[in-house]
Design a protein around this ligand. Sequence first.
Ligand SMILES: [Zn+2]
Length: 193
Amino acid sequence: MSEEKRILHMVAPHDPRLLSKIAPFKDDDLKLHDFKDRKELGKAMYDTMKKYGGIGLSCNQVGLPYRMFVMGGHPQIDMGRTKYCFNPEVLDMGKEMVMMKEGCLSFPFIFLAIRRPKWIQVKYEDEEGETKEEHLHGMLSRIFQHENEHMNGLIFKDLVSDFKWKRANEKAKKIVDKLLKKQNKEKNDNTLH
Ligand SMILES: [Zn+2]
């Protein structure tokens, strides 16, 4: 078996595939994009998420029409386990809310403080096709909620005011400008020596 990694292409933030609700996942649809089974799709999603340094990635972020996301894969989250969530659902949520800064691979350098329920009860099918029901809290609860919104074509921008969004974009621009300046300086230094 080939160990070659299939890295998927991130679509642009305004791409309609990212901003549309995804239909329920069916195994038969996998072949439309050359995946032989759930595990092969899961591996490509995992490898892509890791390549971009994320802790969650939804299929529509890479232009695939599957109601599926991958999450975790980080040593400090759930002991490094990865969840492959097909047809995810939030069944219930706690009343207690927590505020936390969130990023999204579709919006590099943008971070938004978002209030979300502390815990949720969820249901999904895993990479074997088995239905799981779990109680999630902490980072797992947060990532699941963020990714599950992607399934419905929502992005984290939809959860904050225009003002907050604008501020976060200005901050992102500053970070990018600083990085570019540093890169240019390094380039010039290398030319001089
Ligand atoms: Zn996201």
